[in-house]
Design a protein around this ligand. Structure first.
Ligand code: PLP
Length: 456
């Protein structure tokens, strides 16, 4: 039976009535109804095309035919419980292992980033027999209760900080060389920021508490698209291990070649650096719910030794794994990492050219197709230009380009497009940003009512 198509107004009314209002929409003041998509383009109910600069889940492009084909073929054949032996899960684990340091070789397949992070927490705690967790301020690690607890981005607005969570905040703001304590020009910001984590660890241990892990996004996303200084992770890992904890890298936003030069963003921190646990999700299934935790034999061994089965009804089913394999194939065949390097550096160059013309652009940062630029009211005080950022996103949407804001002050415009984003797309979006900035910086005093799109 064909699905009935409602007019947009009716869809909106039904959504308001039937769907929890805390499930927010993009552009909530004037949402888009998208009815089909291909590659990096979205189409609304009237056939209007939008350039998608924000869908990091549809990693190899919306509705990629190879992914659809792999999913359909496997669905026609079998989608059984992962307690039966099946080739897809082992082949997929082996392919993923080939992208990772040798030490990371035991996989658990799950269905969402939150499930992956929750399991990572269990693994870290079981292995270390410690409970406490060290996180960066503004971090987001998922929507489960356990993860809200370790996500300052959420818990500051809810019940607050639990006694077993330690936020690298007063001692060290985000390891951000634009806005943080140690900025560009500092001889070794990586070491300096890592030392502030060490100070926190010492303080926590002096209170008799025991640390299970440092839980961190390889590139903090909702924290404002931060590129961590070189040397930071290896030093923090050294300190956290010395304190009896393990290093968990959340690659849910950043994995699968988004940074171009490497398959995983933690690899930007050096060949020799290896986390103890890595979690992955969003881009993994190109939109199909597929996520994973990988860890070492030792950590997995301790988890097994507790004698309790880890059973996940849908995790690692043959269809999910067929899709995961197809995503890896497309990344390779279409050389999407090279595309991320090429298009990402062009986009960054164009954004830097805009920065030279518009003082409101305080910083342009990123790697591959994980890019952001920060709007500030002045370049010395770095006062966030939040209103202007919201207005820019709104105006871009009117010009059929989807972008959104991020960061604690919603003043960072973030790019995480499907990896097939092209040079022409980069030129189109930067040209439009230039026009809009020209127009809005002249009219900035006009009072604005903007509903900010805080998306992730
Ligand atoms: C860094 C990070 N970790 C974890 C999650 C949670 O993933 P999911 O929404 O698939 O549960 C997200 C989702 O936005 C995320 O950005």
């Amino acid at each position: 039976m064909a699905l009935q198509m409602f007019d947009k107004e009716r869809t909106l009314q039904m959504r308001q009535k039937l769907i929890g209002q805390s499930c927010r929409l993009f552009f909530s003041h004037e949402p888009l109804k998208i009815v089909k998509a291909r590659g990096q383009y979205l189409y609304d109910e009237n056939g209007t095309q939008y350039l998608d600069c924000i869908s990091n889940v549809q990693h190899v492009g919306h509705c990629h035919p190879s992914i659809t084909k792999a999913a359909t073929a496997q669905m026609e054949l079998l989608n059984a419980n992962s307690r039966f032996l099946h080739d897809n899960i082992v082949q997929y684990a082996e392919r993923l292992a080939n992208t990772l340091p040798q030490k990371l070789c035991v996989f658990y397949f799950v269905n969402s980033g939150s499930e992956a992070n929750d399991l990572a927490l269990r693994l870290a705690r079981q292995y270390t027999q410690n409970k406490d967790v060290v996180v960066l301020n503004h971090a987001y690690h998922g929507h489960l209760t356990s993860l809200i607890d370790i996500s300052p981005y959420k818990f500051w607005k809810l019940e607050g900080q639990k006694e077993w969570v330690h936020v690298v905040i007063a001692l060290a703001p985000l390891p951000d060389t634009y806005r943080g304590l140690y900025r560009e020009g500092h001889p070794n910001p990586g070491q300096a920021y890592a030392d502030t984590v060490k100070n926190l660890i010492d303080e926590v241990q002096n209170r008799g508490r025991k640390i299970s892990c440092f839980f961190v996004e390889s590139l903090p996303s909702v924290g404002g698209h931060i590129i961590l200084p070189p040397g930071y992770f290896p030093k923090v890992a050294e300190y956290i291990r010395a304190a009896g904890g393990v290093f968990v890298a959340d690659e849910i936003q950043t994995g699968f070649g988004r940074v171009g030069s490497h398959f995983w963003a933690f690899q930007l921190q050096g060949e020799d650096f290896c986390p103890d646990i890595v979690t992955m999700g969003k881009p993994m299934g190109n939109g199909h719910p597929l996520a994973c935790v990988v860890t070492t034999k030792e950590i997995a061994g301790t988890f097994t030794a507790n004698g309790v089965e880890y059973f996940n009804t849908f995790g690692g089913n043959p269809v999910s794994c067929a899709i995961g394999l197809a995503v890896l194939d497309v990344i390779e065949k279409e050389d999407l990492r090279a595309n991320a390097v090429r298009v990402g550096s062009q986009l960054k160059k164009l954004l830097k050219q805009l920065q030279a013309k518009h003082t409101i652009i305080g910083d342009v940062r990123g790697v591959g197709l994980f890019l952001g630029f920060e709007l500030v009211k002045d370049r010395v005080a770095l006062t966030p230009a939040t209103e202007e950022a919201g207005l820019l996103v709104q105006r871009l949407k009117e010009r059929h380009i989807c972008l959104s804001t991020d960061g604690p002050w919603a003043n960072v415009i973030k790019f995480k497009p499907p990896m097939c984003f092209s040079m022409e797309d980069a030129e189109r979006v930067t040209e439009q940003i230039g026009f809009i900035l020209q127009a809005i910086t002249g009219h900035i005093k006009i009072s604005l009512t903007i509903q900010l799109n805080v998306l992730y």
